[in-house]
Design a protein around this ligand. Structure first.
Ligand code: GAR
Length: 192
């Protein structure tokens, strides 16, 4: 199976995918890594492994961003993985890749998701609300923001002494497992 990984920043979830492939716990090939920001550190992680990278700058492509990404992946990948990708995909790519685009989000959807809820903002909200538990969700991508069907979730306990920063770190560890597990689940389904 061939996958494209879309990122906007650090790319630690991308790294987790690449590590799992290297350890043979994930049997797929990352054909492309695409970023909507040219300064995404994750691009370097991909380049180190010799994976072709593309920048589709959100400020330049604006409304045509999704179409340009579709043009790059064309029909060459089976699955598109949004691993810390912060632009909203729209239009034709959602039809062509229906049930073949997955996203990881750092909360237990439907809590702390949707417009404006990304990265540290999610964890700041969870701490403000004093939730007892948070976690991460891998879900299919549809026209909405964080609204597609849930594939899997992982839970962490939020302690009184947790800060947005410590919570983010705990959840990120779970994300790194969840993203690999979700791709593996997709693979198993495809092979049936
Ligand atoms: C991750 O925590 C991911 O869940 C989050 O961005 C971070 C990216 O980290 N995504 C969202 O908030 C999407 N709404 P990474 O670049 O190190 O993988």
């Amino acid at each position: 199976m061939k996958i494209a990984v879309l990122i906007s920043g650090r790319g630690s979830n991308l790294q987790s995918i690449l590590n799992a492939i290297r350890k043979n716990t994930l049997n797929c090939v990352v054909s492309f890594v695409i970023s909507d920001r040219e300064d995404a550190a994750g691009l370097i992680r991909a380049q180190k492994r010799g994976i072709p990278t593309y920048v589709v700058d959100r400020k330049i492509w604006k409304e045509r961003l999704s179409d340009e990404i579709l043009r790059i992946v064309s029909d060459q990948v089976d699955l598109i993985v949004l691993a810390g990708f912060l632009s909203l995909l729209k239009g034709e790519i959602l039809n062509k890749y229906k049930n073949r685009i997955i996203n990881i989000h750092p909360s237990l959807i439907p809590a702390f998701c949707g417009k404006g809820m990304y990265g540290m903002k999610v964890h700041e909200s969870a701490i403000t609300y004093r939730v007892g538990y948070s976690g991460c969700t891998v879900h299919f991508v549809d026209e909405g923001m964080d609204t597609g069907g849930i594939i899997l979730q992982k839970i962490v306990k939020v302690n009184p002494e947790d800060t947005p920063d410590t919570l983010a770190k705990k959840i990120l560890k779970k994300e790194h497992q969840a993203i690999v597990e979700a791709i593996n689940l997709f693979l198993q389904e495809e092979n049936h």
